[in-house]
Design a binder for this molecule. Sequence first.
Ligand SMILES: Cc1cc2nc3c(=O)[nH]c(=O)nc-3n(C[C@H](O)[C@H](O)[C@H](O)COP(=O)(O)OP(=O)(O)OC[C@H]3O[C@@H](n4cnc5c(N)ncnc54)[C@H](O)[C@@H]3O)c2cc1C
Length: 265
Amino acid sequence: MVTELPWDEETGTLRRDLAAGMMNPACKHAMEAALQLREKYGASITAITMGPPAAEEVLREALAMGADRAVLICDALLAGSDTYATSSILARAIQKEIPGCDLILCGAYTSDSETAQVGPQLAEELQVPSAAYAEHLEISGRTLRVRRLVDNFRETLEMECPALITVSMERYDPRYASFAGLNDAFAQTEISVLNAEALGITAAEREAYGSRTRVRRVFVRSAQKRNVVITGAAANAAAEFLDKYQRKISAVIGKSIETKKQAQT
Ligand SMILES: Cc1cc2nc3c(=O)[nH]c(=O)nc-3n(C[C@H](O)[C@H](O)[C@H](O)COP(=O)(O)OP(=O)(O)OC[C@H]3O[C@@H](n4cnc5c(N)ncnc54)[C@H](O)[C@@H]3O)c2cc1C
């Protein structure tokens, strides 16, 4: 629950270094899609994340699932990044570490802030075509065919690689990491770590072009319940009810309603 997360009251950002780390559930579906594409077409898979040092464990899990390589972007200077900053930093890291990559797969959204913005923003930063909530992917030559279900209708899109796709959580059910995979991932595999300097990001630039969102306040909204008793004949009670709550009801239903009194004037 977001309310149980450790917040930094001053900056209004999440203390990710104190939060229990786990691989974002939606990212596991993206990882599974990458593994199935490699099995079908051949590919090399790089898992990349921006986070506190503890995020290394999540990358080892991705290696244990079958990723060939892992890159951690980690620097205190980058802490508290909003989605704009996150996607522009990821874009730099991808251009530096995986130049010429054909396909970027993201989860549809994260389990903490769920904005679903990073994928499409990253595609913008990299100037590649993108589609969200993919449930099936096929590749023919440089052409990617994406089947997705959006607003209860299914569509198939085609685009040229390089491209970016966010993967639906309804498909590509993630496999479990094998013991051998876990052993290799935690015992052997080297993880590349990039700091702000390696990405050419200075404190001044961070100040100027960093996060665009400012968190004003983080608080837990308390739901207050209050009973209101309206007595009397049904018609009068209904009229009184409408008089009292007309504006709230109109706001909820998105159209104005007239009370009996108004109708008579
Ligand atoms: C409760 C809460 C509310 C927030 N509200 C906002 C807000 O309104 N606006 C805003 O700009 N920021 C907001 N943030 C900050 C935001 O969470 C971070 O910027 C975060 O890194 C990315 O946004 P997201 O979690 O919504 O990602 P999403 O866009 O939901 O993530 C989609 C996918 O993008 C990829 N991705 C996301 N983050 C990373 C990463 N760090 N490294 C690698 N891949 C990644 C993953 O594949 C993920 O599945 C909020 C944070 C919290 C905890």
